[in-house]
Ligand binder design. Structure first.
Ligand code: GLA
Length: 387
């Protein structure tokens, strides 16, 4: 891969002298969905698939971007004087946003660069190709310009750029999972204070299988921001009745006691999901630590039901993938992952059942939805690095 993209860089930018090669992973969330902006817990892991980047500094202030995933766009040019989002800038709004965010945080990038990206995360799949690009860009800036910034800060800067520059109100999960990724471990993160712990994922005879619905979605045009504000309103209604800072601070019992303070059924369902999902996540990690993978799987299934019925972010594509998965013997757990409304599901499937799983779920999906899903047996990988 390294030689291949160095050659591509030379083809696009004339030569590859002084260019360095980098990688940042994608991520999948095992459980804890739509809890990260509610002060709850999440349990994602970095993948071995992700975004490769080749970069070098320039002597002027120009920023030249090229992606093998969007070859038809050719080289997209910007400059350090032009760090504003625009429609024409297309995917380069992500690296531009991070360069801008570094400046906002007192780390002004002092010169231009040539940057070539090449990702093997399916675009728009919900495996965080955009957060991968953000963390990768931050990692490259740190390396090229010598900024002193921790990986955790790279995650926060990535999120800041996505919120402020690209106007998607995402939480911290994706950037954190990518910047802090550790091979064979998932990250049990408390988004209330960013305390975290690595949990080894030893699935004893089973693997993580991702099914991509191929229904494209972008967070910006989805109902993501709407869900977020429904939760915020529900929280402020609850605060009239109980002293609480986030939905993540509530357990099920306390929620049930005060839920009548929420002024609409829809908002009550949204808040219920946030509270119960957070508790499920805590319990799922306990189950995993106790080697109870079956219980972990049951909690994954319950997570999907809650996302389908209470949070209403699934849709026929994700529901079909998950409900068909549940029918297959050897499936320990299956749920949608990421923001929802399309994107992917994550399943834990026993080794001997993987072929049948892909075959039968794939066929049922095609039959019902009319186009094919893609399946990936994935491995948990490390965070960003120089190659
Ligand atoms: C997207 C966001 C995350 C998180 C998930 C839902 O991936 O970027 O911050 O909110 O959706 O769990």
């Amino acid at each position: 891969m390294k030689d291949k993209i160095l050659r591509k860089f030379a083809e696009v930018f004339g030569d590859a002298e002084g260019a360095k090669v980098y990688f940042a992973p994608g991520r999948v969330n095992l459980i804890g969905e739509h809890t990260d902006y509610n002060g709850g817990h999440v349990f994602p892991c970095a993948l071995t698939i992700g975004t490769y980047g080749v970069a070098r500094k320039r002597k002027d202030n120009r920023l030249l971007f090229y992606s093998t995933n969007f070859e038809q766009l050719g080289v997209l040019e910007s400059s350090l004087e032009d760090l504003v989002p625009s429609r024409e800038a297309d995917w380069t709004n992500y690296p531009k946003g991070v360069i801008w965010a570094f400046g906002e945080k007192g780390m002004k990038v002092s010169g231009g660069m040539d940057l070539l990206l090449s990702g093997n995360i399916p675009n728009g799949s919900g495996l965080s190709s955009s957060a991968s690009v953000e963390v990768l860009t931050g990692f490259i800036l740190r390396d090229l310009f010598g900024f002193e910034v921790s990986n955790q800060d790279l995650a926060l800067i990535g999120q800041y750029s996505e919120n402020q520059f690209n106007k998607v109100n995402c939480g911290i999960m994706d950037q954190f999972a990518i910047a802090m990724g550790k091979k064979d471990n998932a990250i049990f993160l408390d988004t209330a204070d960013l305390s975290y712990e690595y949990a080894p994922i030893a699935l004893q005879g089973a693997k993580i299988v991702i099914a991509c619905s191929n229904k494209k979605r972008g967070l910006g045009d989805s109902k993501y921001n709407e869900r977020r504000s429904e939760c915020e309103t529900a929280l402020s209604e609850l605060q009239q009745a109980v002293k609480v800072r986030t939905l993540g601070e509530l357990d099920e019992e306390t929620f049930e006691k005060y839920q009548a303070a929420i002024g609409s059924d829809v908002r009550r369902k949204r808040a219920k999901h946030a509270v119960y999902e957070n508790q499920r996540t805590v319990r799922a990690v306990e189950a995993l630590k106790a080697n109870d993978v079956a219980e972990f799987g049951r909690l994954m299934n319950a997570s999907h039901v809650s996302l389908r019925d209470d949070y209403e972010v699934t849709g026929i594509e994700l529901d079909t993938l998950v409900e068909e998965a549940w029918k297959v013997e050897g499936v320990i757990g299956s749920r949608m992952t990421g923001a929802g409304f399309g994107g992917c599901t994550v399943s834990i499937v026993k080794d001997e059942a993987i072929d049948t799983f892909i075959e039968t779920v794939g066929a049922a999906y095609k039959e019902k939805i009319g186009y094919a899903a893609d399946f990936y047996v994935v491995e948990i990988g490390d965070g960003p690095r120089v190659l």
